[in-house]
Ligand binder design. Structure first.
Ligand code: UN1
Length: 499
């Protein structure tokens, strides 16, 4: 593996400032330790939050379009360093280079969106029931925003939250996954460069990052100065965050587990469907919250789809994600590998026929697997759980209503899709009696969402929305203003109260 200190150096980060502790930074490509970092203590976390709070007090007075200028400069840094940052994402998370770069592109896209948004933080004007009165809404920044992100999208998830949070006038404290601290350090360095170019109205401490494990996250979530916590990760983590936020009545945006399904109907374009299935099920080695995990195939086309799918699976290039041509990189660690094997054993015990799923020796201690295709007799217990690995369960269905019923019968509700050329089926799938997910696609797989839409899902996925559309509103507080420009004081609801 290349020299990590110098790669960080090209991104403007001085790694020596962080080194010397007992937090090992490991690359899943070979399993080797890249460096040892110092974890932040609870006192460090409190100190960063206090700095962010001070920065917020100044930043909220900077006009929003000017705040957008900072994000525009940051996007310039990202454009200039896309290749190096994308490579670092690959080294730290194990996703293939194409996807590492794609993740940085996603950051650039949300920055562009946020720059435009900085001139569009509109409120409504509302007709007042009283003469000589006007009502309106004003949107104000919230304060310090805590962002907790996962290893699988180590930089993009932060940017969906942070780019919006900054243009909305907030400061941000970021707790990245302890599995991917280096990308966070690099992003902070690029942000610092943008801050320097921006000038003196960018307050010190506007963007903070924490290095460490659960204790750091807990200290962030429990701190009374953090107005909103946006957390991406497992349902177990999200439940703990939700409870901690509820205790102090703070806001939370939760983007948790997915168990995403696809229905392939008889009229589907199978060529397209196969490409979509393979990308969404094995891309990022099945470690996206939007990864395809459950496939419902209509019985009349099952026997023509399955052999083609098996063929595509058998030819997948599994290997070092830094090498061109590789489509499937390693799992993040041994724990992920064990969880995958356990799920496959469980599926087998429930009557499943497992194709693939075995370990492939590629490089050192990396956990590489052949993606698994599992033919199931029905939607059994194992299919109700999200296993963060490339396992695709396949079930036959007869009637669409039945497939939708099964599709919605799991606790998670993030992303979903249908492949059909029948407009009625497509519309039913997107209607109130169709998919119960936050994302419902037609003739596109469930993963790889664009930043322009609101991203998130229902049920155990947590209900939060990030990224595009009007998700920005979650990072602001709404004030309703009623203005009296008359010389009388009429009361609402026709109340007379003469004194
Ligand atoms: C995640 O896995 O946490 O829609 C996010 C997608 C990506 C984001 C995934 N844009 O697959």
């Amino acid at each position: 593996m290349e020299n990590i200190t110098s790669l960080l150096g090209t991104l403007g980060a001085d790694l020596t400032q962080y080194q010397g502790g007992d937090l090992a930074s490991v690359t899943p490509i070979t399993g080797e330790t890249l460096t040892q970092l110092r974890a932040d203590t609870a006192a460090d976390v409190a100190d960063r939050i206090a700095q962010a709070e001070r920065a917020f007090r100044q930043w909220r007075t900077v006009p929003a379009p000017r705040r957008g200028e900072l994000i525009r400069l940051f996007a310039e840094e990202l454009r200039a360093h896309k290749a190096d940052l994308g490579r670092l994402v690959t080294i730290e998370s194990g996703k293939i280079l194409q996807e590492g770069m794609g993740e940085v592109q996603e950051m650039i896209d949300i920055c562009d969106f946020a720059v435009g948004l900085s001139r569009q933080l509109y409120g409504l004007t509302i007709a007042s029931e009283r003469p000589g009165h006007r009502m309106m809404e004003t949107w104000h920044p919230l304060g310090v925003i805590g962002v907790i992100s996962a290893f699988n999208f180590p930089v993009a998830v932060w940017s969906w939250n942070a780019a919006l949070a900054f243009v909305c006038g907030n400061s941000v404290v970021w707790k990245p996954s302890e599995k991917t601290p280096l990308t966070a350090i690099a992003v902070q360095a690029l942000f610092d460069k943008a801050m320097t170019r921006f000038g003196s109205d960018a307050p010190q401490g506007l963007s903070q990052h924490l290095i460490g494990g659960q204790e750091c996250g807990r200290a962030l979530v429990d701190d009374a100065h953090v107005a909103l916590v946006s957390a991406t990760g497992s349902t177990r983590m999200g439940r703990a965050v939700a409870q901690a936020c509820a205790r102090r009545l703070a806001r939370a945006i939760l983007e948790l587990g997915g168990n995403n399904g696809m229905i392939v109907a008889p009229s589907a374009d199978l060529e397209l469907a196969i490409r979509a299935i393979v990308f969404s099920a094995v891309g990022t080695a099945g470690q996206r919250c939007t990864s395809l995990r459950r496939l419902f195939v209509q019985e009349d086309i099952y026997d023509s789809l399955l052999p083609r799918l098996k063929k595509a699976y058998a030819s997948l290039a599994v290997g070092n994600p830094l090498e061109q041509g590789t489509l499937v990189g390693p799992l993040i660690d041994a724990h992920a590998f064990d969880a995958m094997q356990e799920a496959l054993a469980h599926a087998h015990a429930e009557g499943g026929t497992v194709h693939g799923g075995e370990r492939i020796e590629i490089a050192g201690g990396g956990h590489y697997v052949r993606p698994a295709l599992v033919e199931m007799p029905a939607q059994t217990g194992v299919m109700h759980h999200e296993t963060f690995a490339p396992i695709l369960y396949v079930v036959r269905y007869r009637m669409l209503e039945q497939a939708i019923e099964w599709h919605n019968a799991v606790p998670q509700g993030l992303s979903s899709s249908i492949f059909t050329s029948d407009m009625r089926e497509a519309e039913v799938f997107m209607s109130s009696v169709g998919s119960d997910c936050g994302i419902a696609n037609v003739n596109i797989g469930p993963s790889g969402a664009e930043i322009g839409g609101a991203f998130g899902g229902e049920k155990e996925t947590g209900g939060g929305r990030e990224s595009g559309s009007d998700a920005w509103k979650a990072y602001m507080r709404r004030a309703t203003n009623t203005i009296n420009y008359s010389r009388a004081l009429p009361l609402a609801q026709g109340i007379s109260f003469d004194i």
